[in-house]
Design a protein around this ligand. Structure first.
Ligand SMILES: Nc1nc2c(ncn2[C@@H]2O[C@H](COP(=O)(O)OP(=O)(O)OP(=O)(O)O)[C@@H](O)[C@H]2O)c(=O)[nH]1
Ligand SMILES: [Mg+2]
Length: 352
């Protein structure tokens, strides 16, 4: 399950850090009477009563006018773009009204702190997204279904564990009363001899291979398609993937990753997708990578943006990047949809 990202905003010295420390029951952030104590955003992962796993994010005062103020505002903007809920301390000022406007534009829920931690927790629980709204598999499965999960364990897979989207889907299937069978692309045929699945969920990188091995009428989707549907606007991503057809040797493509993993020589964003794009559009095609919270201010030079599956990113972050791309007039899609398009099976995949 995704952690709920709760960000705290207010003027300098309004007690943001004190409130976070009170909620966490420990010293997460430095408190002092000196205005401007918190400079860069401070993040703390914690379980809150009634809310479950959360990330509390402390920020610099929205009226911080120090020399570094404008740089801090940029970091604060990154927090706005990735928060699920904003807790605001104070009211009435111009800076707060401007902040509220930004938060509303980024679809962040707003809660005003009234001085009571108990009532804050209650309000947070009210506005937090409900568990049932968060199913990745949506209406694609029902209790009793058998779901086959194709999970390559190649050199890119982490040692000794299973990657987050696969863990999330597996857990959800168990919670929803489904029977899940896991296999690798190599053991797919023997898995199909043992059972006839109601749905196949594969890693997008082997879409083509899996599609060729299963009956044409067997529902097929991928982990990153499920994530895209839950976190972004999948309709926009499908439309965006059409731009792949128009790419040529002079085109520029931005690959945006939400996490900062160390890439290896089979990396999907840096190696596999660029290679497939160049095979289709020509060797001259330029690919730029943006990782973590970095996302270019100016998107206009790009002909297409391909975003990662966003397993560690919030819905708000994906939506805000999608909005920026649309405003700049640049088509945006994601790894799973792009790979389905590049492997010629976009029309065939099941979307929740
Ligand atoms: N009386 C009273 N003082 C408080 C309360 N909350 C915070 N303070 C005091 O207000 C001062 C600022 O508190 P911080 O929590 O550092 O405020 P902040 O909003 O994080 O400040 P910056 O990081 O500088 O933006 C400290 O001296 C706190 O002890 C409160 O509820 N009541
Ligand atoms: Mg502070």
């Amino acid at each position: 399950m995704d952690r709920l990202h709760i960000a705290f905003f207010g003027p300098v010295n309004s007690g943001k850090s004190s409130l976070i420390n009170a909620l966490a029951g420990q010293e997460v952030s430095l408190v002092s009477p000196i205005p401007g104590t918190t400079t860069d955003p401070v993040r703390k992962a914690i379980e809150l009563p009634g809310l479950g796993p959360c990330v509390l994010i402390d920020t610099a005062g929205i009226d911080d006018e120090s020399i570094l103020g404008s740089e801090r505002k940029r970091l604060t903007q990154n927090v706005i773009d990735s928060a699920d809920i904003a807790v605001i301390l104070g009211s009435g000022s111009k800076a707060i009204s401007a902040l509220e406007e930004q938060l509303r534009a980024a679809s962040v829920s707003i809660v005003h702190y009234d001085g009571s931690v108990d009532s804050l927790l209650k309000r947070l629980a009210e506005v937090a997204p409900k568990e049932e709204e968060k199913f990745l598999t949506g209406s694609l499965v029902k209790p009793g279904d058998c779901v086959l999960l194709v999970m390559p364990q190649d050199s890119e897979a982490p040692k000794g564990r299973i990657i987050l989207p696969q863990v999330q889907v597996l857990r959800e299937l168990l919670d929803r009363g489904c029977n899940a069978l896991c296999c690798t692309p190599e053991s797919l045929r023997s898995a199909l001899q043992k059972t006839t699945p109601d749905l196949v969920i594969t890693d997008s990188q082997v879409f083509g291979k899996v599609n060729a091995a299963i009956p044409a009428d067997m529902p097929l989707t991928s982990f990153s398609v499920l994530l895209a549907a839950a976190k972004g606007d999948i309709g926009i991503f499908i439309e965006g993937a059409a731009a792949i057809e128009g790419l040529g040797p002079d085109s520029r493509v931005l690959i945006a990753e939400a996490c900062t993993h160390v890439p290896d020589n089979e990396d999907i964003g840096r190696v596999k997708i660029p290679a497939l794009l160049r095979k289709r559009a020509g060797d001259g095609l330029q690919v730029e990578i943006a990782a973590g919270i970095d996302f270019p201010e100016d998107l206009a030079p790009f002909d297409l943006i391909i975003h990662c599956g966003a397993c560690v990113a919030t819905k708000t972050l994906v939506r805000s990047r999608t909005r920026k791309a649309l405003l700049a007039g640049v088509p945006i899609t994601n790894y799973g949809i792009a790979l389905a398009k590049l492997q010629g099976i976009l029309d065939r995949i099941a979307i929740p």
